[in-house]
Design a binder for this molecule. Structure first.
Ligand SMILES: *Cc1c(COP(=O)(O)O)cnc(C)c1O
Length: 386
């Protein structure tokens, strides 16, 4: 535990800091599967690395401190974190998910957990009154994201959590897009936070990892049991890399968001752009709620080019910004939700919810903002049809 009240310091000194044995300022990579026992029933507290590993434990205590939770858990991917959390439920339970949760979360519920008798329904979590009316006795949890992909829809997390508490159900928040540096759902009343640490927490597009944090001892015991029983743990080397990434999260996100605010304002004024989705713009859906629950609007922007711009030409003409899946790395990335992340949704449904063919999602990196803007500008010029 760090003694600081400031997250900037906790990012660097939180959890288990350094190595007591040698004084090394970094937690060593304990690349071991097992630990020697001095006699029957005499162990060092470490028995087998699926159950516990000191490098992973350092990361787990770090994320618990950052999110303000009771315990943290590290997994082999964001989906492993989510799946392990979903494994806390049983046959007959139903989970209400927001209408735009991450596609992989929808897929694992629809194609894996549904077969095991854990069902789901999709609701608009931005409308608390309607959401509350959808609660039936089998509903055991809300699973929400804010802002959510790809239209950066903001959900009132404290509002959802208070509805959940009233009905004795759990609130699970996927906090990947914001990270604890910008938003801490447990402080807003949520019970469980999950992360794809592959994104901002890792921050360098060089690692796949997931994290979960819980707000009670009871949930901590259940999740520790499930993590060990199902076994999708993060390895020691990746745990080390993730700790390393988290140390610079604050400075990275300061630059990411400063760049994003500039780019959002630039795009908003551009004649080629029909609409900008960015929770940091005062004109955005949920701007006030986001301002209340998060430090700023984050660094994900979606925008829609007008119909007379050729989207294929736009993507081809980019030279600095890469066309790729994923987000949250130091480099700027764009993707085309209609044909990439949301391709499985039929076109008419996609269009209805705003995921049009002209929609572009931008993960703003930490390059010099002038370079990102001039790359976007040049590509928009090329995309303009004569
Ligand atoms: C990427 C992502 C996930 C899945 O994480 P993986 O590390 O790819 O398994 C879950 N939620 C959100 C919001 C994501 O962006």
């Amino acid at each position: 535990m760090s003694n600081s009240n400031y997250i900037e310091t906790k990012l660097i000194h939180g959890g288990i800091d350094g190595d007591k044995v040698t004084g090394a300022v970094n937690v060593p990579i304990y690349q071991t599967s097992t630990y020697k026992q001095n006699g029957l029933g005499e162990n060092t507290g470490w028995e087998y690395s699926r159950t516990g590993n000191p490098t992973r434990a350092a990361l787990e205590s770090l994320i618990a401190e950052l999110e303000g939770g009771v315990a943290g858990f590290a997994f082999a991917s964001g989906m492993a974190a989510t799946s392990t959390v979903l494994s806390l439920f049983k046959q007959g339970d139903r989970i209400i998910i927001s209408s735009n949760v991450y596609g992989g979360t929808f897929r694992v519920l629809d194609k894996v957990f549904k077969n095991l008798g854990i069902t789901y329904s999709i609701e608009d979590t931005t409308d608390l009154k309607t959401l509350e009316s959808k609660i039936t006795p089998d509903v055991k949890a809300f699973f929400v994201e804010s802002p959510a992909n790809p239209l950066l829809t903001v959900t009132d997390l404290a509002g959802v959590a208070s509805v959940a508490k009233k009905h004795n159900i759990l609130t699970i928040v996927d906090n990947t897009f914001m990270t604890p540096y910008l938003q801490r759902p447990l402080e807003l009343g949520a019970d469980i936070v999950v992360h794809s640490a592959t994104k901002y927490l890792g921050g360098h597009s060089d690692l796949v990892a997931g994290l979960a944090v819980v707000n009670s001892k009871e949930l901590a015991e259940r999740l520790a049991f499930t993590q060990n029983a199902t076994g999708a743990v993060l390895g020691p080397f990746d745990s080390f890399l993730l700790i390393r990434g988290i140390k610079t999260l604050g400075v990275r996100l300061d630059r990411h968001t400063e760049n994003a605010e500039n780019i959002a304002r630039y795009l908003e004024k551009h004649e080629a752009v029909k609409h900008v989705y960015y929770p940091g713009l005062p004109t955005a859906q949920g701007y006030e709620i986001n301002k209340k629950q998060a430090k700023n609007g984050g660094a994900m922007i979606s925008f829609e080019l007008r119909e007379n711009y050729d989207i294929k030409k736009f993507f081809k003409a980019l030279t600095l910004v890469s066309l790729a899946e994923s987000l949250g790395g130091v480099e700027s990335l764009v993707c085309h939700p209609a044909t990439m992340t949301h391709a499985s949704i039929p076109k008419d449904i996609r269009e209805k919810v705003g995921i049009t063919d002209g929609l572009i999602r931008l993960s703003v990196g930490i390059e010099k903002v002038e370079d990102i803007i001039s790359d976007l500008n040049a590509a928009i010029d090329v995309a303009k049809e004569a």
